[in-house]
Design a protein around this ligand. Structure first.
Ligand code: FES
Length: 184
């Protein structure tokens, strides 16, 4: 006991004790999510369950799409989005064109791969057009004008049809590079 009292009364020992306690508490806080397996602190917005999988989002009923492949525009609303502390629901994330051939559906991001303007579908010429810098795209999303500033065609996303509903894995991609690189 006399020894404890000596340590407690020694200012140098008290400082050491405080420093060690602070480091210990910080380390415990940093390790807490890993130890407990809490994924929300680690999850970027598009990750759902701690792995790198982009969640599927329901976009439209298959029956609402023209069977001849004419593009139809749909807003994409994510059912669930997480940041470090909060889960948000029904978050508008962007828009896509869906084209249908039979039961096959392809989705194209509305955002131009050049610098991100919204791409229009032109009914008269049956193609896509970006009004910002005059890029044109065919119905398959490929660049069709030689002087297009866009370094790649329109961005497609994973798409599936289940129980008559069209689902996509909605993603944005890095603009103005030839490669299609996901942003998250
Ligand atoms: S943003 Fe579309 S062509 Fe430049």
């Amino acid at each position: 006991m006399p020894q404890d009292n000596e340590q407690a009364n020694n200012p140098g020992d008290r400082r050491k004790f405080i420093v060690i306690s602070t480091i210990g508490a910080s380390a415990a806080c940093a390790l807490f999510p890993f130890v407990t397996g809490i994924p929300s602190v680690l999850d970027p917005v598009t990750r759902e369950d701690g792995n790198a999988k982009v969640p599927w989002t329901k976009v439209a009923a298959l029956a609402s799409l023209p069977e001849d492949g004419t593009p139809t525009k749909f807003e994409v609303v994510l059912a669930k989005v997480k940041d470090a502390w909060t889960t948000y629901t029904d978050i508008p994330a962007g828009a896509v064109y869906l084209t249908r051939k039979g039961d096959e559906v392809v989705s194209y991001n509305l955002r131009c791969p050049h610098l991100g303007c919204a791409i229009d579908y032109r009914k008269d010429s049956n193609d896509y057009f970006c009004p910002c810098h005059n890029s044109t795209y065919g119905l398959d999303g490929s660049v069709t004008n030689d002087d297009s500033p866009s370094p790649r065609g329109m961005d497609t996303m994973e798409t599936k049809v289940e129980d008559g509903q069209v689902w996509i894995q909605f993603q944005q991609f890095r603009p103005n590079v030839a490669e299609k690189i996901p942003l998250s």
